[in-house]
Design a protein around this ligand. Sequence first.
Ligand SMILES: Nc1ncnc2c1ncn2[C@@H]1O[C@H](COP(=O)(O)OP(=O)(O)OP(=O)(O)O)[C@@H](O)[C@H]1O
Ligand SMILES: [Mg+2]
Length: 479
Amino acid sequence: MTDAFAAPQAQQPFDHEAQRSGLAQFIAERTLRLLTKSGAIAEQGQVFNQPIFYAWQREDRLVLVFNPLLLKNPEAVLSARFRHHLSTVLGGRAVVPTNTRGVFLQVGYWPAPPIDLTARPLNLREQPDPFCVPIGITAKGSLWLSIFKMDSVLVGGSRRMGKTRLLHGWIQALHHGGQTRLYLWDGKPNCAEFRGYSGQPKITVIGERDLMTGLTEVSNLMRDRAQLLAHAGVADFHSYNAKSAVKLEPIVLVVDEVAAISLLPDAEQILRAIEDLISRGGAFGIYPVLATQRPSATAVRGISKTNLSTRIALPVPSHTDSQIILERVGAEKLAKIQGRLAIVWDAKLIEAQAFTVDLPSSDEVGLDRAPDKRSDGQPQPSTVPDDVCALATRCWTENGGKFTEAWLTAIGWGQKEARREQGRWADQGWIFQNPRASRAWCVSPSLRRTLTLGTLSDEPDEPNRRDEPDGPDEPPSQA
Ligand SMILES: Nc1ncnc2c1ncn2[C@@H]1O[C@H](COP(=O)(O)OP(=O)(O)OP(=O)(O)O)[C@@H](O)[C@H]1O
Ligand SMILES: [Mg+2]
């Protein structure tokens, strides 16, 4: 130890104590030398020969506890510049300054290991919560981000660098989470990229030419949710879910190959719908994810990128491309490796290597038709909007499944709205006039099957349950 710092006894015994003491000595001496060389020590510190800092040995790091009175300018020691110099003279060891209850520098005993961004296979068991999607391996380990925090996303990058593969990872993670509804459009004939997900619960694969149909469905959900939230007196999706026993599911709309939209006859209308979902969807739990090679292409220019909160770039040729995708330079410096990406997160540019992802088996399925229609014209169970499910669940639990005007008004609907809603539900086949409940409008068996029956089937509603035919729904007869 030099005479300018003191090393109190280690707080706790640990393995390799001698080695750590040696490293503590090395770190302390180098730090003191840099402090002296950079003129950071106040005169009296040298004159009175007092310790400038104490070196406190912790398990994985050394904490230098400074006497601020002996520093000429404590701020200088805490600055990024001093930290950088110190890290350099300490052979790349991590240095973390803190200034909460005193001036501290924390220094790792060992230099940070070299960054290993080798691609690793996606492991869905690492998903931190059902709404997180995998970004990849970063210098600090695996990075997963919540779709709620990312809000709306733009993924850009040169041809064949791994944009769609990244999206596959996200789709698989959200599907694994099981609590998110997904709408997928890949812009390829016969849905070449995403058709392997067709038929999976909560996933709608939108046909190449049916993007507007799919967007209309999502926009209708947004409208229905707006109404539901207004009735519940809450401002957004999260407040609704915090208050309501029946939760709404987030909806993620994945649009790959955005530039291909311009080839569609209804491109203008589609771009307007996407723009609307980007700007208003977040409040209603709807999160658009757009991917494209060229964000400068005409179609993408039609969408105001300013509302896309999260930006991810795979390697691009020039800083102009990086600027367009990330609104900052950096992506042009990425190694031209498939799956290498840069994401702007918490105002920092983070580099990552996306996980490798297996593709789902894609059996040949004809998807060039609207995916939401059955041949018999009935809505598929999976396409019943969440808010309809939520209201039907409530109706089942609170009113024995009777979707009456009286009940709707009792829970806060206006009479006119209640009548309109009843008409809409009847048109959709979600309710039928039950002869055994005095022809009252009741939740149809097909809608009830889409609800969470585990909890609902225990609900007492014997008259209705006895009436349910096992076969096809009883068609609603108009009164
Ligand atoms: N994370 C990754 N790790 C290793 N290889 C990858 C990764 N991502 C993609 N690849 C490889 O790169 C190829 C192209 O990936 P992908 O189709 O996702 O690129 P893209 O950017 O969507 O291309 P395009 O611009 O043509 O749509 C894949 O077939 C795969 O072999
Ligand atoms: Mg692609």
